[in-house]
Design a protein around this ligand. Structure first.
Ligand SMILES: [Zn+2]
Ligand SMILES: [Zn+2]
Length: 339
């Protein structure tokens, strides 16, 4: 049933996307090692991190790696020693966090997102821009059968990271949340917060994104540097713009929390203690996610199906999808669909 070889995209030579760093090649179908499952990919979403890997902003950790860490597919074989993992035939998601050590001080206290020895799908090991991939059974997520894999795939990175940011923002029940920037992750997070009973204010420069925010149930939408119509209990900064940190902090009510969701942020300007921090306002970063975050979010999304804006590309056109992402031509999340 499983062929010997498959089509896969690899990062041949990291560099500007217009120089074509990705190449479609034939690779042997991987065989699952101890504790791993073999997954036949249905859909893989395209994340901005894939672009950073292709362009070399994130230095490659091994040559010719297959990118992709938002893969939805079916388990078709178990490696040795898989106990209690997903059954053969089950639909699963393979996400960014691939392994953690399980023994360091962070892992032991439930903060495996901070594990210094963690490894990542599509960076340390081949990812989902391929017909098949292998992943540790303990790190894949069960996914519902009755939802479109195209809308499930973006949940695996954009959704999970946004969910962790929401947890880090410590929004009180029925609270007022400001969301700064409104891309893939933010539009999912806003829906989670609204479904949980929050009042959400979206602050972003794009008029189109403002319109989408209102359609999805945001109470207001305005420009990134505007003031929200009421003080905020929590804010999440999704835009990688350090200049917005004092803007967010000034919008917070007493005791409010700002969570910064991005991996990268431009320089944060000088803060004024009275205007920005006093009255127990706090700033926190968000680093990757734990499996508990992933499970928590995906269980929530299975009960409250989220509206996901996707743009489908045939698997064979992954390079075009990344070029479109680089040029901001994708209105939603690009997903690669296997033919
Ligand atoms: Zn990602
Ligand atoms: Zn660890």
């Amino acid at each position: 049933m499983v062929p010997d070889e498959m089509d896969a995209w690899v990062v041949e030579r990291p560099g500007p996307i217009e120089d074509g760093p990705l190449r479609l090649v034939r690779l042997p179908v991987p065989s699952p090692g101890p504790g791993e499952v073999l997954v036949e990919v249905e859909v893989c979403a395209v994340c901005r991190t894939d672009l950073h890997l292709a362009e070399g902003d994130l230095p490659p950790r091994r040559p010719r790696t297959v990118p992709g860490h938002e893969a939805v597919g079916r388990v078709i074989a178990h490696g040795p020693g898989v106990n209690g993992g997903p059954e053969v035939g089950a639909r699963v998601g393979v996400a960014w966090l691939r392994t953690t050590c399980g023994t360091c001080r962070y892992c032991r206290r439930g903060a495996e997102n901070l594990c210094p020895a963690s490894t990542y799908t599509g960076w340390d090991a081949d990812g989902g821009y391929a017909r098949y991939l292998v992943a540790p059974a303990d790190y894949v997520y069960p996914l519902p059968e009755d939802q479109d894999p195209r809308t499930l795939a973006p949940l695996l990175c954009a959704g999970i990271i946004g969910y962790r940011a929401l947890l880090r923002a410590e929004l009180p029940e029925g609270g007022r949340l400001g969301i700064y920037g409104f891309g893939a992750s933010a539009h999912l997070t806003a829906q989670v917060a609204i479904a949980q009973g929050a009042t959400v204010h979206v602050l972003t420069r794009s008029k189109e994104a403002q319109r989408l925010a209102l359609e999805l149930g945001a109470a207001s939408a305005a420009g990134a540097y505007d003031s929200p119509p009421e003080p905020l209990d929590s804010a999440i900064l999704f835009a990688p713009v350090g200049d917005l940190v004092p803007v967010c902090l000034e919008a917070l009510d007493r005791g409010g929390t700002l969570a910064i969701a991005g991996i990268h942020l431009t320089d944060v300007p000088r803060l004024d203690y009275q205007r920005h921090l006093f009255q127990e306002r706090q700033v926190r970063s968000v680093t990757a996610n734990t499996r508990a975050d992933g499970r928590g979010f995906l269980e929530f999304a299975a009960r409250h199906p989220l509206h996901v804006e996707t743009v489908a590309y045939p698997f064979e056109e992954a390079d075009r999808a990344l070029a479109d992402l680089a040029a901001d031509r994708v209105n939603g999340v690009a997903v690669l669909v296997m033919s």
